[in-house]
Every structure is written in structure tokens, then in C-alpha cells.
Design a protein around this ligand. Structure first.
Ligand code: MF3
Ligand code: CO
Ligand code: CO
Length: 296
């Protein structure tokens, strides 16, 4: 297992593999918690931006994991995934038909692959979690569209956040976007509340779930991380107990942000300013074309 200097503060599961209960932290954060969430999320963004430049044909996912591990430590952070329920690495690398939780290994990326890098850092007592799917060299048109639609579906979900509304409006927006493009939405893995605890309440489905009625309240922090498939949305798990793949082995993509519900909307804690501005503009333009108000 990769080493973490003793000077770096660890989450409770670092030694045992067992995190405290998902109900053990408060869902609505106070000002101090929010400020520490901003720190962790900004660092997660920086780490992802730093390691994504390594994506290229011939590079192994283990090499990217090593760089990621060092990038967390350089910021004084702990790699949240390391020993989380026994997970062995500092990063998740999910290639092609892998939906999520791909374990970095000695397989080299190949021209035409798509790969999701999922970064989570524990810093200042909080977890910050984000991911994106990257193209390896020249990629076929359908895969490029899958990646594009997946990214759009994330921002549609973010755009649906309104304090006071039930959380299922997020999944409804994501599902509409994905299914309009004839893609599938993975049901088994969902977004999650996040803070002192890596995965906590509320649960954030990426499809319309009438039972997901938790009310979005200012001060809540959670992730949205849609996994969108070219074909079937059901999954199999490899014998390693982690790697989730599509049952039909067709490709799947994922993007993830950690968000904060504010008094009048949302703050995307893991997004750079450029990404926020460009998606706000694109979605506003799409709304105007449709001649209606925001799709909720
Ligand atoms: N970062 C992943 C998420 O988005 C969780 C990975 S947990 C692991 O929630 F143990 F699989 F690494
Ligand atoms: Co993640
Ligand atoms: Co997450």
C-alpha cells in the first residue's frame, strides 16, 4: 500500500478500513464546515487538473495513481479512497466498459479508450470529490458523444437544484438528458452527501426516483456523478469486488462534482470558473432555443 506521512491527518477508516456511519455527521453544514469543504473541493479540482494531462496512449493507470497520490500529499491531504472499505489505491480509473471503481493497474491506456479519473481528497477534515472522463488520443464519434452527453447531464442535474425542492428533481433532469440521446442511466451507484464522512446522507439518484424526497436545504453538500451508458445500464462486478462493468460490456462515461446548496441555488465547489461560465451559457442558450424556462 502507498505510504502517507504521519504528519497528514487521516479519516477514521484509514487504519481499519471501516468508516463511521453515513448518519453520523450533520447534513446541513455550518459556516466553518462549508469553508473547509471549499478548501477540500478546490484541492480535489487542482489534483484532477494536474493528473489529467498524463492521459495518453501507453500510460498505465498505475502511473496516474502514483502521480495522484503525490498530488494529494503535496497539498497536505489524505487520498480518501485509500483503505476505504479496503480499497487499495488513491484514485479510481474506469476505462471503457468500466462504470466506476476501476482499480489502477499495469494496463496501459490505448488510443481510442475513454477513461474516467475519480479524485477524492481528505483535507481540513473534509472530503472533496470530483471526476471527469477523458479521451485517449483519437476516439470514435459515438464515444465522444457519450462523453459529451454525460457531461451535459451532470450540468442539467446541477441546474435543477433549487432549495426547498426534493432531491429527485436532479435525477429527473439527468435522465431526461441521457435518454433523449438514447443512452442509459446507471441506477446502482448514486451521488451522495459528503463532508467529514465520505459517503453520507442524502442519497442522490441519477434517474427519477419518486422515493428520493429529501428536501434540498441551504448548507447541504453532496455529489452528483451520473454514469451514462451506450447500452444496458445494469452492471456486473469483477472478482476483485470493486470494478463495476456494464452487463453488455458497452462503453460508459461519468462526470462528478461536489456541490453546495445555497439560499438561492447552488455553488459548484469542485468546478473551475471556466467550466461554470461555459455551462451556464450553453444551458441558457439551449433554453432559449426551446423557447421555455429552465428544464427542471
Ligand atoms: N470517488 C468515488 C465516488 O465518487 C468513490 C470511490 S470509493 C472507492 O463516490 F473505494 F471505490 F474508491
Ligand atoms: Co468520486
Ligand atoms: Co462521489
Amino acid at each position: 500500500m502507498r505510504m502517507v506521512p504521519l504528519s497528514i491527518a487521516r479519516p477514521d477508516y484509514a487504519a481499519t478500513g471501516h468508516p463511521s456511519s453515513r448518519f453520523s455527521a450533520n447534513v446541513v453544514k455550518n459556516a466553518d464546515q462549508i469553508s473547509r469543504m471549499r478548501t477540500a473541493c478546490l484541492a480535489a479540482r487542482e489534483v484532477l487538473d494536474e493528473i489529467c494531462v498524463l492521459v495518453a496512449p501507453g500510460v498505465t493507470t498505475e502511473t496516474i495513481d502514483e502521480a495522484c497520490h503525490e498530488a494529494y500529499l503535496a497539498r497536505g491531504g489524505y487520498p480518501s479512497t485509500l483503505n476505504y472499505h479496503g480499497y487499495p489505491k488513491s484514485l479510481c480509473t474506469s476505462v471503457n466498459e468500466v462504470i466506476c471503481h476501476g482499480i489502477p493497474d499495469s494496463r496501459a491506456l490505448r488510443e481510442g479508450d475513454i477513461v474516467n479519473l475519480d479524485v477524492t481528497i481528505f483535507l481540513d477534515g473534509m472530503h472533496g470529490d470530483c471526476s471527469a472522463t477523458y479521451l485517449v488520443g483519437e476516439v470514435d464519434a459515438v464515444s465522444r458523444r457519450l462523453v459529451e452527453v454525460t457531461h451535459e447531464s451532470l450540468w442539467r442535474g446541477i441546474g435543477a437544484i433549487v432549495p426547498g425542492q426534493p432531491i429527485n428533481v436532479v435525477g429527473r433532469a439527468i435522465q431526461r438528458c441521457a435518454e433523449a440521446a438514447d443512452f442509459g442511466v446507471v441506477r446502482a451507484f448514486v451521488g451522495h452527501g459528503i463532508g467529514e464522512v465520505f459517503h453520507m446522507e442524502p442519497s442522490v439518484p441519477h434517474f427519477y426516483d419518486p422515493d428520493a424526497r429529501a428536501t434540498m436545504r441551504p448548507g447541504m453538500t453532496f455529489t452528483i456523478e451520473p454514469m451514462i451508458t451506450m447500452g444496458a445500464w445494469r452492471h456486473d462486478t469483477w472478482k476483485d469486488g470493486w470494478t463495476a462493468v456494464t452487463v453488455d460490456r458497452r462503453r460508459t462515461a461519468q462526470f462528478e462534482h461536489t456541490v453546495l446548496v445555497t439560499d438561492d441555488g447552488v455553488d459548484v465547489l469542485t468546478a473551475g470558473p471556466d467550466e461554470v461560465a461555459s455551462w451556464r451559457d450553453r444551458l441558457a442558450a439551449a433554453e432559449q432555443l426551446a423557447g421555455g424556462s429552465a428544464p427542471r
